[in-house]
Design a protein around this ligand. Sequence first.
Ligand code: ZN
Length: 399
Amino acid sequence: MKILIKNGHLVDPSQKIDDICDILIEDDKIKEIQLQGARGKGQGAKNKKEHETAGFDEVIDAAGMLVLPGLVDMHVHLREPGFEYKETIKTGTYAAVRGGITSVCCMPNTNPVNDTPGITEFIIKKAAQEGSCSVFPIGSITKRQRGEELAELAMMFDAGCVAFSDDGKPVMESLVMRRALEYSRIRKALIISHAEDMSLSSGGVMNEGLLSVTLGLRGIPSQAEEVMIARDIALAELTGGRLHIAHVSTKGSVELIRLAKKRGIADITAETCPHYFSITEDAVEGYNTNAKVNPPLRRKEDLEAIKAGLNDNTIDVIATDHAPHHRDEKLGEFDLAPSGISGFETSIGLSMKLVDTGVLTLNQLIEKMALNPSKIVGIMKGTLKQGGRCGYSNFGHSQ
Ligand SMILES: [Zn+2]
């Protein structure tokens, strides 16, 4: 099978390419990339070899379009096993590829929780059978995500988990988090922190401030996130473990991570999600349950701080935290509705606004949506290098 994608604007930070080019694909592999950057500049035009469109099974004219490496979303919830009425591996990965995402890392808060190699293997197998993109499971840090006892991290890592997180919940016990980070150092596995001090956030359903008071809803202060990020940075420093901070939502969090990186604390990375740089807590007005997310939507100044954090690389990754629910669940009253928003199909569109408004260059954006997450979780994705696979595959880490 030979495919030619011609005249597209390829942006591939892994090869530092930002140019018009032709891409030849043979048997699902990138065979050749022919740059046309010198087109119209005399010498280049002379040397440029026109590809015969004959001999290809398919020719795609991508003139005026962007050609990007498949995006890598390192924070998603596929809801299977256990919550198939919300989403399945099949429907979730289908939505992902509609949004240009060809690799996803799925969080373990399924039922049962992905805390044993058996569940990890189930997800990998199911994704291979029914998925539309590559699926890399994230195992839970603690058994049943209870925050008490470490799960079988080594066995899950060997079964194909690319990282560990109790996402949806924090690991409240500092000693348990310390042990997880110590483990991560031995196996070079990534620990992803859902930063939330539950004693501060307890009962809260939106950002704490004037609006929460006006709406009569209990608020979650920014500090619920920041206290936990400060703790986890301290524990990463103590252990030398690999720490990644999920869904950064506040100005204070950006400042803490910026300072930690400046101090050179080993292996700290961070992500944010499109909803934290696109909309504010104002979206909650009218008790809009679709705007109920955890951490909650924040204020304008937080949104601006997150953009600044993306710009100066304090925040390495844009991930969706795609977390769909059944329509009926979101139709309930605000206090009781579950937290979460779908993100696969809107992520690239919302993120492109960062380029339009000069927050990021196109190259930086693709770094944060493809290359950086691949590097952080240790998968060979996010690139269109020669010899790389164009199809999708489901295998364990480091492939
Ligand atoms: Zn989370």
